[in-house]
Design a protein around this ligand. Structure first.
Ligand SMILES: *Cc1c(COP(=O)(O)O)cnc(C)c1O
Length: 387
C-alpha cells in the first residue's frame, strides 16, 4: 500500500486531500484495496459509478469499440456517436433537441455559459449560494463558495449569487442583461439541498417572461441518482440547457450539454478534441441501456427510501437533518463530519463530505439492500445515539 502512496505523494500535486487507501478493483458497489480489503463504496467516484463499477455491459462495449475506432474528431461523422446522441436525446426532457459533447462537468458548464451569452446577446448569470459548477474559470466563477475562487481572481465577470430556493431574492437579482439562471436541482457539493416544486415552477415562468435561459446543472443529480432519470423530472421542469457528465458514460469521461431549440451556438466558435469520441460514446450507449433495462431510476427511489427509513428509526445525538432524493443522501451533523468519515472507513464504508458538517452518500444505484443495510448499521454504530 505505502509504495503507491509514496509514488503519488512524490509525483503528484496535493490538490486533493487524500485518504491513505489504494483502490485497485471494483465490482458493483464494492471496491477493494491493494491488500484485498473490501469496502462498500458510497463515494461512487463522486457520483460517477451509478451503474456500478466495471458494469459488464460497459466493459463489453468499450472492448468492442476499442478494436474498431477509439478516436474520431467532430469534424467527421461517426456511427457510434450518432447512435449515442439518438439515445441521449431519447432520455432527456422532450423540449431538448440537440447536444454538444465534451469530457467533463466543468466543460459542460463552460459550453452552457458560452452558448447562453451567444444566444441571448446578454452578459449576466444568476446562480445559487452553496451551488457548485466546476473548477475552470467560467464554472468556478459560477460557483458560490469564495474559498474555491479567492486565490484565482479575477474571475469571469457577470455572475451573481442568490439564496437557493428563495424565489423573491432570485427575482430581485434579475436585470435587463440577465442571460441565464444556472441552478442545480439538488445541490450536491453544497450539502444535498433539494429545490422545491413551487420554486422551480416560478423560476421557469420568470425565465419565460423575461427571455432568460434556464440552465440546469445535473452533473451530479442526473442518470437515475435521485429516483428519476433526471432530478428535473420530479418537477416536470424543462430547462433550456441541461448540463450532464459524471455517470452519463458508465465511468468513462464524458460531458454533454443538451439544449432546446432556442439555443443556437455559432459554427466554428466552440469545440473539443476529445468530445464525442467513439470510446466514450460506446460506453454511454451501454450505460443508458443499462439504466433503462434495469429501471435504475425506480431502484434508486426504492433503495433511497429503504436506507433513509432505517436511519430515521434511530435517534441520533448529533444529527441536525437527514435529506435525500433517491440515493443522493446527506446527513447534516451538528459538528464536523470528518472524524465520522474516518470511522466509517475503518468499518468498511467509504462516504464523503459535502461542506464541513454533512456526511454524503452516493452509492452505486445497483447496491444491494443487504449492503445498504450494512451501511445503515455502520452509520448507526459510529454516530453517537441520543440520550
Ligand atoms: C462534479 C460537478 C461538476 C464538475 O464536474 P467535473 O467533471 O469535475 O468537471 C459540475 N457541477 C456539479 C453539480 C457537479 O457535481
Amino acid at each position: 500500500m505505502t509504495h503507491f502512496i509514496e509514488l503519488e505523494k512524490a509525483y503528484e500535486f496535493d490538490v486533493y486531500p487524500k485518504r491513505d487507501l489504494v483502490l485497485v478493483r471494483g465490482i458493483g458497489a464494492k471496491v477493494w484495496d491493494v491488500d484485498g480489503k473490501e469496502y462498500i463504496d458510497c463515494v461512487g467516484g463522486h457520483g460517477v459509478a451509478n451503474i456500478g463499477h466495471c458494469n459488464e455491459k460497459v466493459v463489453a462495449a468499450i472492448e468492442e469499440q476499442a478494436r474498431k475506432l477509439i478516436s474520431c474528431s467532430m469534424t467527421f461523422y461517426n456511427d457510434t456517436r450518432a447512435r449515442f446522441l439518438e439515445k441521449l436525446l431519447s432520455i432527456t426532457p422532450k423540449n431538448l433537441k440537440r447536444a454538444f459533447l465534451c469530457n467533463s462537468g466543468t466543460e459542460a458548464v463552460e459550453a452552457a455559459i458560452k452558448f447562453a451569452r451567444f444566444t441571448t446577446k446578454k452578459k449576466e448569470f444568476i446562480t445559487a449560494m452553496r451551488g457548485f459548477h466546476g473548477r475552470t474559470m467560467g464554472s468556478m466563477s459560477a460557483t458560490f463558495n469564495p474559498e474555491y475562487r479567492k486565490d484565482f481572481e479575477p474571475t469571469v465577470p457577470g455572475f451573481k449569487y442568490v439564496p437557493f430556493n428563495n424565489f423573491d431574492k432570485l427575482k430581485d437579482a434579475v436585470t435587463d442583461d440577465t442571460a441565464a439562471i444556472l441552478l442545480e436541482v439538488v445541490q450536491g457539493e453544497g450539502g444535498i439541498h433539494i429545490g422545491g416544486a413551487d420554486y422551480f415552477m416560478q423560476v421557469r415562468r420568470l425565465c419565460d417572461e423575461k427571455n432568460i435561459l434556464l440552465i440546469l446543472d445535473e452533473v451530479q443529480s442526473g442518470c437515475c441518482r435521485t429516483g428519476k432519470m433526471f432530478a428535473c423530472n420530479h418537477f416536470d421542469l424543462e430547462p433550456d440547457i441541461l448540463c450532464l457528465a459524471k455517470a452519463i458514460a458508465g465511468g468513462v469521461p464524458m460531458g454533454a450539454v443538451v439544449c432546446s431549440e432556442k439555443i443556437q451556438p455559432p459554427m466554428g466558435k466552440h469545440g473539443s478534441t476529445f468530445g464525442g469520441n467513439p470510446l466514450a460514446c460506446a460506453a454511454g450507449i451501454a450505460a443508458i441501456d443499462f439504466m433503462l433495462e434495469s429501471k435504475l431510476d425506480e431502484q434508486a427511489q426504492d433503495k433511497g427510501e429503504f436506507f433513509v427509513g432505517k436511519l430515521k428509526q434511530h435517534k441520533f445525538a448529533n444529527v441536525r437533518e437527514i435529506r435525500h432524493l433517491g440515493l443522493m443522501i446527506g446527513i447534516e451533523l451538528k459538528e464536523k463530519s470528518q472524524p465520522y468519515l474516518v470511522k466509517l472507513m475503518e468499518q468498511g464504508v467509504l462516504a464523503m463530505p459535502a461542506g464541513a458538517t454533512v456526511l454524503r452518500f452516493l452509492p452505486p444505484l445497483v447496491i444491494t439492500r443487504e449492503d445498504l443495510d450494512f451501511v445503515a448499521r455502520k452509520v448507526i454504530e459510529v454516530l453517537p445515539a441520543a440520550g
